[in-house]
Write a protein of this length. Structure first.
Length: 271
């Protein structure tokens, strides 16, 4: 009893519908899995690169705003130098630039660029030197214009040079991230391309399987039946397999054998 049960479990037959369902289900499963992988990869890469690009744009806007603030401040100093003979003190508060630029400099100091540190140093050097302007104006022994162009202006030029180099680094990084964004799109669609290619191959294999194991045998069965019906030839088609087609082929053979036997009995009776 145990052996029969075990043998029946081992000899499980896969029917035609189940075979086709498994084949189509495999193709659908591959397409679903690769599509999910493609979507997740695209979201991951696009989020990462988008954050990098957003950080680059924020850095560009921040450095541009800093440059505008320092330029305005430097123009005010230059205007004060031109009126040094009339002024005994500055008509604006130089410490205002500290309040305006300090948050920007803190953000720039956190940037992952080599020139950010250099910019921070040149900015502090320029600012600390510019804060001497108030005492320079009231000092009769110091030529204010000469001090501005020989002492302060070079420090301002250093600041502007470092700021331009930082902007160049940011733009280069933005360009790299933009290229990386394009590459991430191609990388994210690669699983889809592979899945489509795999689906095409599997469909071709499925077509070959159906043609070889079902369409061609059915054609042989039809030809054998036509040979019997029109030429009275015996049905001699053999079918390999263990599904419904083999059973159908055996049933057709049995029916034709019974039909032949019936015809022979009728002939014997008539004779």
């Amino acid at each position: 009893m145990f052996l029969k049960t075990r043998k029946s479990k081992i000899n499980i037959r896969l029917g035609l519908a189940l075979k086709l369902s498994l084949a189509i289900g495999t193709i659908v499963g591959i397409l679903i899995i690769t599509s999910v992988i493609s979507i997740l990869e695209f979201r991951r890469m696009s989020t990462y690169v988008s954050d990098q690009i957003a950080d680059n744009i924020t850095s560009i806007n921040l450095s541009a705003e800093l440059g505008v603030k320092v330029d305005e401040y430097n123009l005010k100093l230059l205007y004060a130098v031109g009126r040094a003979d009339e002024l005994k003190q500055l008509d604006f508060n130089p410490l205002e630039i500290l309040e305006e630029c300090s948050p920007m400099m803190e953000s720039i100091s956190q940037m992952r660029y080599a020139k950010a540190d250099s910019l921070l140093v040149s900015y502090e050097d320029y600012l600390s030197t510019s804060l001497q302007m108030d005492s320079i104006i009231v000092n009769d022994f110091v030529d204010t214009r000469d001090w501005y162009f020989t002492v302060l202006q070079p420090k301002y030029n250093n600041f502007r040079q470092d700021l331009d180099e930082l902007n160049l680094r940011i733009y280069d990084n933005l360009k790299v991230n933009s290229i990386g964004f394009d590459e991430s799109i191609y990388r994210s669609i690669m699983p889809s391309i592979i899945s489509v290619f795999a689906a095409i191959v599997l469909c071709l294999l499925l077509q070959f399987y159906i043609t070889s194991y079902y369409v061609i045998p059915l054609g042989r069965m039809l030809r054998e039946m036509e040979n019997y019906m029109h030429n009275s030839l015996p049905y001699s088609n053999n079918f390999e397999g263990d599904d419904e087609l083999k059973q159908l082929n055996a049933n057709i053979a049995d029916i034709i054998d019974e039909n032949i036997s019936l015809k022979n009995r009728i002939k014997n009776r008539e004779s």
